[in-house]
Design a protein around this ligand. Structure first.
Ligand SMILES: Nc1ncnc2c1ncn2[C@@H]1O[C@H](COP(=O)(O)OP(=O)(O)OP(=O)(O)O)[C@@H](O)[C@H]1O
Length: 267
């Protein structure tokens, strides 16, 4: 009798870690983290100052080696990725942005297209159109010719988001992208990212300190409790519990519902 061959399992993960550890010197920041990010998921990375969010994001972006464990992108170990392919797969928006030279804003945003261009090819009309559209989406139409060094902190952060949108990776890693933004721009950026996740099946992992904004947009939360404790990773309702968050932030916290949103306040 002929045996049926089972269908090969399809790995739908954009990023997966298996017992991944992050250390700095002798200090264990994140021990044995196993979690998976899939298309359509919006992850918020939470934890108090100095707990290891930035170093974890750098590790997940492939910019820093883990102390132990496995990191896979699209089911493939990170070491098996070519750099240019990786740059199309995941985007990274750092916390600190440094501009050494006078550069027009449009050229900065066009850098998002570089991973998509073959060697020796310049950006074309379509790339310029994508960059201009991204600037318009972050509310910076008309800023194309401005020297990037003349921008305010919040404007520079929005240019970084426009660059990420122009890069258009399936997975976006962002380190405190709301840090320099006023309230209206914070909501604008979150709505823009949420649209990418919900309407285009992209995925986001971003570190953020505002628990109420995290609760508003996240589908999943990765919480670093610190003190060598294992991270908690899961759906937002599972991880964002008052006792869990209060312990992680070493501060009593309560959640109140107002106008259909949940607001986290310190006691
Ligand atoms: N090169 C380094 N050498 C020594 N310690 C470092 C180095 N880089 C980072 N650290 C330490 O590692 C810890 C984690 O840093 P990280 O920047 O990841 O924290 P974070 O959770 O992003 O903090 P924040 O919320 O303040 O941005 C901190 O205590 C920091 O001082």
């Amino acid at each position: 009798m002929k045996r049926e061959t089972p269908p090969a399992s399809v790995d739908t993960s954009l990023l997966a870690t298996h017992d991944l550890s992050v250390r700095v010197g002798e200090r264990s920041l994140v021990p044995a983290l196993s979690f998976t990010i899939r298309p359509g998921e919006f992850w918020c990375l939470l934890g108090r100052n100095g707990v290891g969010k930035t170093l974890l994001l750098h590790t997940l972006a492939g910019a820093r080696l883990p102390a132990a464990g496995l990191l896979q992108m699209g089911g493939k170990p990170l070491a098996d990725w070519k750099l240019d392919e990786l740059a199309c797969w995941r985007g990274f928006m750092p916390q600190q942005l440094h501009d050494a030279f006078a550069t027009p804003v449009l050229d900065v945003v066009l850098q998002g297209r570089h991973p998509h261009l073959s060697r020796w090819h310049w950006e074309g009309e379509a790339d310029h159109a994508l960059a201009r559209a991204a600037l318009a989406r972050v509310g910076l139409a008309g800023f194309e010719a401005r020297d990037v060094r003349s921008l305010s902190g919040g404007e520079r952060q929005r240019v970084a988001l426009a660059t990420l949108i122009t890069q258009d990776p399936p997975l976006a890693l962002l380190d405190e992208p709301l840090a320099h933004l006023d309230l209206a721009q914070q909501l604008r950026m979150l709505t823009l990212l949420q649209d990418e996740v919900r309407q285009r099946g992209r995925a986001v992992l971003m570190s953020v300190h505002d628990l109420s904004l995290a609760e508003r947009v996240a589908t999943h939360v990765l919480l670093l409790p610190g003190g060598g404790e294992p991270a908690l990773a899961g759906p937002v309702a599972q991880v964002m519990q008052a006792d869990t968050l209060s312990a992680a932030f070493d501060q009593p916290l309560r959640c109140h519902t107002l106008d259909g949103h949940r607001w986290w306040l310190p006691l």
